[in-house]
Design a protein around this ligand. Structure first.
Ligand SMILES: [Zn+2]
Ligand SMILES: [Zn+2]
Length: 254
């Protein structure tokens, strides 16, 4: 199998080292047909990106699509932060994004008491995997995410609960090759529950764009290649997911 899309990369717009153009050139060199620049949402206190910076990034991505249109498609993503039960830090105007993802990060501004609980768990105080999964699910029900970034990294999530909801809501689980966040058992449980997976590099430097190695090893070992939505033979599945999510983005959150 060959992964043709890297949907989770960072640049100097947050705490990455390369420019969006350097990521795009690296993706073309790796033979990818799609790359997303998915920066951290503005609620991330350490390296979240403000709405005005995100607007500049949108303009830059539009320019890159004009320059490199024969070689690759560049998408504007967002790695939104889970900040509460049903809450995240997506800007009000979502029309600038092609795709949304969500993950939990330790230094996000909590939005409610659930966000405060997760904040403390992120620094090692307390454990509530069931509650965390429910908080993520409530948020997935309100916003049209394409995938969850590194599920279970920083705070544990009940993967049984989360994967059932992800399957129902058509949200993929990320196999993040910079840090494999799910155990083999969790991946197999998610697969049994009908979830799909997306393999991304989470590159913070251009040289890691398209580095899927750790994910490919895991997929082969667990025999889940038919459940990966961004590989060469499953392009149609990804296309459907993206167009569904894309159209949903322009509706009002429930
Ligand atoms: Zn992340
Ligand atoms: Zn990331």
């Amino acid at each position: 199998m060959r992964i043709l899309s890297d949907l989770h990369t960072h640049t100097v717009f947050s705490h990455g080292k390369g420019t969006p153009e350097e990521n795009v050139i690296a993706a073309i060199k790796s033979g990818l047909s799609r790359i997303a620049i998915s920066e951290h949402g503005p609620g991330q206190l350490a390296y979240g990106v403000s709405f005005s910076r995100l607007l500049s990034l949108r303009h830059e991505i539009d320019r890159l699509n004009r320059v490199y249109q024969r070689d690759i498609t560049v998408l504007m993503g967002l790695e939104a932060n889970l900040t509460g039960s049903g809450f995240c830090d997506i800007p009000k105007d979502t029309s600038i994004f092609d795709m949304l993802a969500i993950g939990f990060h330790r230094t996000s501004m909590p939005r409610d008491i659930h966000g405060i609980s997760m904040f403390f768990q992120g620094i090692g105080i307390g454990k509530d995997p069931k509650g965390n999964a429910q908080r993520m699910i409530r948020t997935m029900e309100r916003f049209p995410f394409a995938f969850i970034t590194h599920p279970g990294r920083y705070i544990k999530m009940d993967m049984g609960l989360l994967s059932k909801a992800a399957a129902k809501l058509n949200v993929a689980l990320e196999i993040n090759t910079s840090s494999l966040s799910m155990t083999d058992d969790e991946v197999l449980l998610a697969a049994k529950n009908g979830a799909f997976f997306v393999v991304n590099s989470d590159a913070h430097t251009p040289d890691r764009v398209g580095d899927f190695e750790a994910g490919l090893v895991l997929i082969k070992r667990l025999g889940i290649s038919s459940l990966v939505i961004n590989d060469s033979i499953a392009k149609h599945k990804f296309g459907e997911l993206l167009s569904y999510r894309h159209s949903a983005l322009f509706g009002k959150p429930k």
